[in-house]
Design a protein around this ligand. Structure first.
Ligand code: ZN
Length: 324
């Protein structure tokens, strides 16, 4: 809680994400589709990179909101040059370079914070298996706001140092951004969070684990047609929230992505004077397995947009901000 930092944040918001009244006064409202990629910080394999490259070749007009992870750089034996080359090989001009954080032990400790092994979504961590790393499924809300600020600041600095720019947008590992996380993000200069989702998407795979109820508790009201909004952080501070309202491809089929699109289409049809946002995406680490779901979803969205003459564009928030 450093008032000066907060003040700087308050001043920065309109500069980085203009209210768009002036910028977009003449732009026709649209259904905006934001495609995001969560980089888990686990590993980068040639197979997943190849799947992402193929996606970029097949869908050249789609910018990606890349939530990058600093944990690749903190593992024992990490080769920063190789990591940067792999990231750059799938980045394109117009992409947004945001930040993703999971509770990796190497990242937490490199940030100068004592690692916590619980609560973890898959149950207690076997600490004998922490080489090269562990902690991906530790809920980051386990940490205090001061600790989170350290991890966020370290992550931002690490990515920036490696040529990835200074992230302004964020998605929490496992969507776990409670008020404490959001306050820490805002204090470190993040202006947009993209962690809200509908826990019902996760019920089938995670229903019997901690992930489902804690996500439900943090985001009780998020549904497929939830739109961007401001979250009040108290003391006059706030952060923008773009709900990941269509969830990620590991948990939704192409048809389910289309259903989320249709919920947003219905909202748009009800009031075509207002922009509408759908946030979908996939994980870098499971691109081979689940990117086909997203491809299918995008094809279905495009077919429906063409058939119904809907104004749809694929964009990232940093390109034009959000109309809230
Ligand atoms: Zn993640």
């Amino acid at each position: 809680m450093i008032p000066q930092t907060r003040l700087r944040f308050a001043v920065l918001i309109p500069l980085l994400f203009p209210p768009l009244l002036s910028t977009f006064a003449s732009a026709e409202p649209k259904i905006h589709v934001v495609v995001s990629v969560d980089w888990e910080g686990r590993d980068i394999t040639p197979e997943n990179i190849a799947a992402m490259k193929a996606f970029r070749t097949d869908f050249p007009g789609i910018p990606l909101q890349m939530f990058l992870n600093a944990a690749y750089f903190t593992k024992v034996g990490a080769n920063p040059k190789q990591i940067v080359e792999a990231m750059n090989s799938v980045l394109a001009p117009g992409d947004e370079k945001g930040l993703h954080i999971h509770g990796w032990k190497s990242l937490i400790e490199a940030s100068g914070v004592k690692f916590r092994s619980e609560p973890a979504f898959r149950g207690p961590i076997d600490m004998s298996k922490c080489v090269p790393d562990c902690g991906h499924d530790v809920n980051i809300t386990a940490y205090s706001e001061a600790e989170l600020r350290k991890v966020i600041a370290f992550s931002l600095k690490t990515l920036e140092k490696n040529g990835m720019g200074r992230a302004k947008t964020f998605r929490a590992g496992a969507w776990q951004a409670d008020k404490k996380v959001l306050r820490a993000l805002a204090a470190e200069g993040i202006v947009l969070d993209d962690s809200a989702t509908d826990a019902e998407f996760l019920k089938e795979r995670w229903g019997k684990t901690l992930l489902y109820p804690v996500t439900k508790k943090i985001w009780p009201d998020t549904v497929a047609a939830s739109q961007p909004y401001w979250i009040d952080l108290g003391q006059g501070h706030k952060i923008q929230e773009l709900p990941n309202n269509g969830c990620l491809a590991d948990y939704v089929s192409g048809e389910s992505i289309l259903k989320s699109f249709q919920a947003n289409r219905d909202l748009f049809k009800k009031d075509p004077s207002k922009d509408v946002y759908l946030s979908i995406g996939f994980h870098q680490e499971t691109a081979v397995k689940f990117l086909p779901n997203l491809r299918k979803g995008i094809e279905l969205i495009r077919a429906e947009a063409a058939a119904q003459n809907l104004p749809v564009d694929f964009t990232v928030p940093s390109k034009q901000g959000l109309k809230i």
